[in-house]
Design a binder for this molecule. Structure first.
Ligand SMILES: Cc1cc2nc3c(=O)[nH]c(=O)nc-3n(C[C@H](O)[C@H](O)[C@H](O)COP(=O)(O)O)c2cc1C
Length: 197
């Protein structure tokens, strides 16, 4: 019995330490010289992705563009109704699922399982190594905030020779379950990001 308790405690400890693999992201790179007009000219949905993994510096910059803090008072790169921070961005990749924490510029690990198959209903998604999932409150404004954030990401990828596409075609219910979202929170939309093929 003692042995069984010991094994159970060890298993618990291993699970806890594996889930505690949060990532402190490097500072975002704000040096891109592309003009806004050129990014707007190039913005389009891409359906060609390579399987090259996105490095943490680039990921940090993409997430900052989406929903990062751009002022000393903690406000964001997107406008937010009544200053509500009701949007969450999850990063799905081969190593698991991560919640973006803008205040610490870090990724909080939610799972260490690869759930990318949930987004592979269309063939062009097969090589995609990173999917962003926007979630938020069931109130109207979170949806608008997601739209602002995904457009910022599209402008970033257009300005940096990368690919991105906003995607509603996936099993929202399954993603909601995998994320274990609390009542009042829902999956809004997803966005594949990556390098061109
Ligand atoms: C909310 C939303 C959901 C979308 N869902 C999908 C999708 O599931 N699959 C897909 O291939 N494209 C999806 N798209 C991309 C649109 O098909 C694309 O934006 C549209 O064809 C216009 O092309 P453009 O983005 O290159 O201007 C979605 C776009 C938006 C804004």
């Amino acid at each position: 019995m003692k042995k069984l308790i010991g094994v159970t405690i060890m298993a618990g400890l291993i699970a806890t330490s594996a889930m505690a693999a949060d990532i402190k992201l490097p500072d975002p790179d704000k040096t891109n010289p592309t003009t806004l007009i050129s990014a707007l000219e190039n913005r389009h949905s891409d359906r060609e992705f390579s399987d090259k993994v996105i490095d943490n510096k680039t990921l940090s910059t993409i997430l900052w563009a989406a929903y990062g803090i751009n002022r000393a008072d903690g406000k964001r790169t997107i406008p937010t109704a009544m200053d509500k921070k009701d949007l969450n961005i999850y990063v799905f990749n081969k190593e698991g699922i991560w919640l973006y924490d803008a205040t610490t510029n870090s990724l909080k690990q939610q799972s260490n399982d690869n759930h990318l198959a949930l987004f592979q209903m269309q063939d062009y998604m097969k090589p995609v190594s990173t999917v962003l999932v926007y979630t938020g409150s069931t109130e109207d404004y979170a949806v608008m905030h997601a739209g602002s954030a995904y457009q910022n990401v599209e402008l970033y990828t257009a300005a940096n020779g990368m690919s991105s596409i906003v995607r509603g075609y996936f099993d929202h219910q399954k993603v909601q379950e995998v994320l274990n979202l609390p009542t009042g929170q829902r999956v809004i939309i997803s966005q594949a990001i990556g390098w061109k093929n």
